[in-house]
Design a protein around this ligand. Structure first.
Ligand code: COA
Length: 359
């Protein structure tokens, strides 16, 4: 359900920005950036043709009390709008206090990370001060710039839509969603890479989110895996979050329980979001350094499957997981599991390579 919003007395500060209500004296700044070709079109509206048009929009910003001006170096250079979403389109969100974000930034300010900085602060305001439980945010499928802003702020894929623009085209739109629980667990919008794996049986919305942590433990080009001997099945050590636990605590506990190794250091790397039916499975991957001396503690199901820790050459692990599609007909669970681990290992290798190239 749409929550009530009134920002008329709200001023938010970030290291470089002030977010505040629009004022009549901002007209020239608004016209300056909104009349530039290639800005508004990315959000579905044509460039402003004259100051009268900008004046009309400015009046609506002031009257509707839901759009922040982004002030940077003394100028209004963009907006973050806390828009109403269409409740008929998303009946699954009826029990959540929700709004939808929209944003635009002056072209000369692009690429400095200003919008992620602004959006993260607006998200904090909405979750902490206003008490929202969920925030929607969409972008045209081709708008990679906006996609990156949303990814950096912690949004996850929700569904595919179409959007009718003010200049008469119909664009494919990706709608993302961020729920409060996710935002709290994943560090309040810390910049991160999130990879989506959307199953063929996805309902095009999710109503439940589950969290897990897994460890990427690589020493001398060998990786530590959990091996279920009775099933001949491999996976990265890790598992589901327990009540009251942080993702980091979950990672440390799961690695020790499954492998008997103690985690000394742990660095968050990226998340993978998997979508099956109406569920989202979010796994946080950590790079871990380990030593002996932990205590293995297996569940009955893990004992039954013959679970044991095994070091494998990284290349070999990649090869095993690359066969995910071989299980498409016989074992959907294993197909999904291997696809996820293959995606994670590839991302890890890509990052390692990038680091080495930069060194
Ligand atoms: C989307 C937008 C708000 C991004 O704001 P920003 O402050 O530049 O965001 P960032 O600095 O984090 O850059 C986001 C991505 O834009 C791309 N980018 C950076 N500088 C760029 C530039 N000068 N030109 C084009 N793209 C650029 C990069 O891919 C970057 O991702 P990266 O950090 O992974 O390299 C801004 O591009 C914009 O206002 N676009 C027009 C309106 C719009 O698309 N609104 C969203 C509608 S859903």
């Amino acid at each position: 359900m749409n929550a009530y919003i009134d920002i008329s007395d709200v001023i938010l500060k970030t290291p470089r920005l002030t977010l505040r209500p629009w004022r009549q004296s901002d007209l020239e700044d608004l016209y300056q950036y909104a009349s530039v070709d290639g800005v508004g079109q990315m959000a579905g509206w044509p460039p402003h043709q004259n100051r009268e048009e900008s004046q009309e929009i400015l009046n609506s910003f002031i009257n509707k009390k839901k759009v922040f001006a982004i002030e940077y170096q003394g100028k209004a250079v963009g907006t973050v709008g806390i828009e109403l979403y269409d409740e008929n389109e998303y009946p699954q969100l009826a029990d959540k206090r929700c709004r939808k974000l929209g944003f635009v930034l002056a072209k000369e300010c692009w690429g400095k990370g200003l919008m992620p900085e602004a959006v993260r602060e607006v998200i904090r305001y909405l979750f902490e001060d206003v008490g929202l439980e969920a925030i929607l945010c969409g972008h045209f499928a081709w708008n990679k710039q906006s996609q990156r802003v949303q990814e950096k702020c912690g949004f996850r894929h929700y569904c595919l839509e179409t959007y009718e623009t003010m200049y008469g085209t119909v664009e494919p739109e990706v709608m993302n969603l961020l729920v409060r629980e996710d935002w709290l667990l994943t560090g309040k919008g810390t910049p991160e890479r999130n990879i989506s794996i959307i199953g063929k049986n996805y309902f095009n919305y999710w109503s439940r989110i589950r969290f897990a942590s897994r460890g990427l433990i690589v020493q001398d080009d060998r990786i530590l895996l959990s091996y279920e001997a009775n099933e001949d099945r491999w996976m990265l050590p890790g598992g589901g979050l327990e009540k009251g636990e942080s993702l980091e605590e979950c990672g440390r506990r799961e690695v020790e329980e499954e492998t008997g190794m103690l985690v000394n250091e742990l660095q968050p790397l990226f998340t993978i979001s998997e979508y099956y039916e109406d569920e989202l499975y979010m796994t946080q991957y950590f790079e871990c350094a380990v030593t002996d001396g932990g205590r293995q503690h297996l569940t009955q199901q893990e004992i039954n499957s013959g679970l044991q820790p095994r070091w494998l050459p990284l290349e070999k692990a990649l090869e095993i997981f690359s066969h995910h599609e071989d299980y498409a007909a016989s074992d959907e669970m294993r197909r999904g599991l291997y696809l996820r681990e293959y995606t994670a290992l590839n991302e890890y290798v890509k990052r390692k390579q990038l680091k080495e190239d930069q060194a």
